[in-house]
Design a protein around this ligand. Structure first.
Ligand code: GLY
Length: 398
C-alpha cells in the first residue's frame, strides 16, 4: 500500500494531541482505581451490561484484560495500589493454569500476556513468570501437526472442531516470549510451532481483497483447508470488524517477533481493506459489510485494537514515511475514540470505551448474542494500550 493512499485518506482528520492523550490516559487510570474495590481479586465480565461490568470469577477467555488495565494504570501512575491488585490477580492466574480451570482452548495469550507477562516484566514476580510459561505449554498442547495450526476450541482433533480462528494471532506472542524466556535455542519448539501456525493462517485466512475469514476449518486427514466460515461476523463471506483488527494487530505484533516479510504484506493488505470500509469517524460497524448510513452498532474495540497494530508497525516500517503514516493514522483513530466513544463520566459507565460489540446474532452466524453496544474488556484494554503507546516508549506485554 502506498503511503500516498494513507495520506490522501486521512490528511483532513485531526490527530490526538499529547495533552488529549495524557488526559484520556489519566481518566482511564482513575476509572480503574475506582473499580479496584468492586472487583478485588476477581475479574470484569467479558462485556458490560448497560455499560457497567458485572464481576466474574477467573474463568472467561477475557479475564486477562482487567489485570492488563491494572498494569497499564500502574505504569502510568506508579501507584502501589495497582501493583498489589495486579499481583493478587497473578495468584489467581497461577491457580487457574495449575488447576486447569477453563483452559482447554487456545486463548492462553489473551489470558496470560496482559496479566502475567506484564507482571513479570514490571515486578519480576516469579509466580507470574511460572504462570505464563505454564500457559504457553498449555497452548502448545493444542497444536495440530496435520494442517499446522493451534486448534481454537473443543475436543482436540474432533473433525467438527478441526479449525483455527484469526484471533489466535494474538495468542502467539506468548510463545515467542516463552522461547526467549527459557532460552530455547534457534527454531526450538515454541517458535517453530508459532511460525507453522502463522504460515497456515497467512495461506488460508486472508482473502485476495485483504479481508479475512474469522474461522478456517481444516481437513483432519490431509491438513488442507476445507472452508472459511464465521462465528461472530455477519456472514461467512463478510469481514467481521474485530477479526479484521485481530489480523492487522496480530500481523504487526508477530512481525516484531519474526521479522517475516509475509506478515508485512498481510498487514498492509488487511489494513487497506479495513480503511476502505471505515465510516467517517474511523470506527467500524461490527461487521465491515456495513458502512456509513446503517443503523447497525459499532465495534469501538476494533478501532482500538487496530490503533495498537498501527503503532507497533510504525516502529518497524520500511520507510520513515510509512512509519509517520501509521502513527498518524493511529493517532487519528484514537482521537475519534477519545472524542466520541470514551467514557467521560463515572456515573455513565465503569468501563473505558463505549459502543463495543462482542457477539451480534445475524441470520447467518452461529454466535450467542451478548455484549452488543456495550463496553468490552478487550476494548477497554486496547484503548488504554493505544493511549500508553502514544504517550511513552512502551515495553509491550505481547
Ligand atoms: N477472541 C474472541 C473475540 O474477539 O470475540
Amino acid at each position: 500500500m502506498g503511503d500516498l493512499f494513507l495520506g490522501e485518506l486521512f490528511l483532513d482528520k485531526p490527530a490526538a494531541t499529547p495533552d488529549e492523550v495524557g488526559r484520556a490516559l489519566d481518566f482511564c487510570a482513575e476509572q480503574v482505581m475506582r473499580s479496584l474495590p468492586r472487583f478485588a481479586g476477581r475479574c470484569q465480565n467479558h462485556s458490560s451490561v448497560n455499560n457497567f461490568y458485572p464481576a466474574c470469577d477467573n474463568v472467561q477467555w477475557t479475564c486477562g484484560f482487567w489485570p492488563g488495565e491494572i498494569w497499564l494504570a500502574y505504569e502510568r501512575t506508579g501507584n502501589n495500589a495497582f501493583r498489589e491488585a495486579g499481583l493478587a490477580l497473578v495468584d489467581s492466574f497461577l491457580s487457574r493454569i495449575e488447576d486447569k480451570i477453563e483452559v482447554d482452548h487456545h486463548d492462553m495469550g489473551f489470558l496470560y500476556s496482559p496479566s502475567c507477562v506484564s507482571a513479570w516484566k514490571l515486578t519480576g514476580s516469579e509466580k507470574a513468570r511460572r504462570a505464563a510459561l505454564l500457559a504457553a505449554d498449555q497452548l502448545m498442547r493444542r497444536f495440530q501437526p496435520i494442517g499446522g495450526f493451534f486448534q481454537a476450541w473443543g475436543q482436540l482433533g474432533a473433525p467438527d472442531n478441526y479449525r483455527y480462528i484469526i484471533d489466535c494471532l494474538l495468542n502467539l506472542p506468548l510463545l515467542f516470549w516463552a522461547a526467549n524466556e527459557t532460552g530455547e535455542p534457534g527454531e526450538g519448539r515454541y517458535r517453530a510451532r508459532a511460525r507453522e501456525h502463522i504460515a497456515t493462517c497467512l495461506a488460508h485466512s486472508f482473502r485476495a481483497d485483504g479481508s479475512t475469514f474469522h474461522t478456517v476449518f481444516m481437513d483432519s486427514q490431509t491438513g488442507g483447508m476445507l472452508r472459511g466460515a464465521t462465528c461472530q461476523g455477519y456472514r461467512d463471506d463478510s469481514a467481521w470488524a474485530r477479526g479484521q483488527a485481530w489480523a492487522i494487530c496480530g500481523a504487526a505484533f508477530l512481525f516484531r517477533h519474526t521479522r517475516d516479510p509475509a506478515l508485512v504484506a498481510a498487514f498492509e493488505n488487511a489494513l487497506a481493506f479495513y480503511l476502505s470500509r471505515l465510516p467517517e469517524d474511523l470506527t467500524p460497524y461490527w461487521d465491515m459489510i456495513f458502512t456509513s448510513g446503517t443503523e447497525e452498532p459499532r465495534d469501538s474495540s476494533s478501532a482500538a485494537i487496530t490503533a495498537c497494530g498501527l503503532l507497533e508497525m510504525a516502529r518497524f516500517a520500511a520507510t520513515p514515511e510509512a512509519s509517520v503514516s501509521y502513527a498518524r493514522l493511529a493517532s487519528c483513530m484514537v482521537k475519534s475514540l477519545i472524542d466520541r466513544y470514551a467514557v467521560r463520566d463515572p456515573a455513565v459507565s465503569d468501563g473505558l470505551l463505549l459502543h463495543g460489540t462482542y457477539s451480534k446474532k445475524s441470520p447467518y452466524n452461529t454466535c450467542t448474542p451478548e455484549g452488543v453496544d456495550e463496553c468490552t474488556s478487550w476494548g477497554d484494554y486496547f484503548y488504554m494500550e493505544a493511549l500508553t503507546r502514544l504517550s511513552a516508549d512502551w515495553d509491550s506485554y505481547w
